[in-house]
Design a protein around this ligand. Structure first.
Ligand SMILES: *Cc1c(COP(=O)(O)O)cnc(C)c1O
Length: 235
């Protein structure tokens, strides 16, 4: 009984948090002189179960982010049968042996971060006669433990992906180092995208999505500000 009422309360929180985040996005867009709908909210539902995701769907949210192929495969096919027009972004690392499954489950891959993966995705899309928007992940902080193309290699990698491999590259994505001023990384990502003629900028999370919008984010990936804390930190 107690856990049921807790669930009910936390689920209604998801709806109200979503309203708050959407409002903050609109204000940040307006403050930056942009139309309120020019930054798309990717609601990051990783680690949260279907019961917690549903209130976001009920509140009209349709664009979601997940970081694990297996986890997404367990949650989203069922939800897609209930709610139309769901757009699912993969925002976590992708192993080449999961490419086929990822392409079946996701609508957008944000984490193209190396040549081997880019080639595997291109091959699988061709084989399945599909096309899919992708983002290239940039390791703006050049952190050794983090995925992503280094800034110095972005131009050549974009050329490979767009040209040679024919991928539908929509833009760039980054996750700034936790201990640095994110604005510097957002500005760098914007510069790298602009000089490659790319319009999409996936940047900004719960703590810094308003700043990211100031720097031109077209997609903000917001998890904990909507769904609350995740069971395991960093997962
Ligand atoms: C988890 C995650 C997010 C969301 O982070 P929050 O701080 O919970 O908003 C955004 N982007 C990526 C790549 C993530 O893994």
């Amino acid at each position: 009984m107690i856990s049921q009422s807790d669930d009910a309360r936390s689920e209604s929180d998801v709806g109200s948090h979503l309203v708050t985040v959407r409002d903050m996005i609109s204000r940040a867009c307006e403050a930056a002189g942009r139309d309120g709908s020019t930054a798309q909210l990717v609601a990051v539902s990783k680690t949260h179960d279907i019961a917690r995701i549903r209130p976001a769907l009920v509140a009209g949210q349709r664009v979601f982010g997940e970081n694990r192929v297996q986890e997404a495969a367990g949650k989203w096919p069922a939800l897609r049968t209930e709610y139309p027009r769901i757009v699912l972004h993969l925002i976590g690392p992708l192993q080449t042996n999961k490419v086929k499954q990822a392409i079946e489950i996701f609508d957008v891959i944000e984490t193209i971060d190396r040549e081997k993966l880019a080639r595997a995705v291109a091959r699988e899309l061709e084989r399945s006669e599909r096309s899919m928007p992708v983002f290239i992940q940039v390791n703006t902080g050049e952190e050794p433990q983090k995925a992503g193309v280094f800034p110095a290699n972005v131009d050549a990698f974009v050329t490979l992906c767009r040209g040679t491999l024919g991928l539908d590259v929509q833009g760039l994505m980054c996750i700034p180092p936790v201990d640095e001023e994110p604005a510097l990384h957002f500005a760098l990502l914007r510069k790298l995208a602009a000089r490659n003629g790319l319009k999409g900028l996936s940047m900004g999370m719960s703590g810094d999505f308003e700043t990211a919008i100031t720097f031109g984010a077209t997609h903000v990936r917001v998890g904990s500000a909507i769904f609350g804390d995740r069971p395991l930190k960093g997962s």
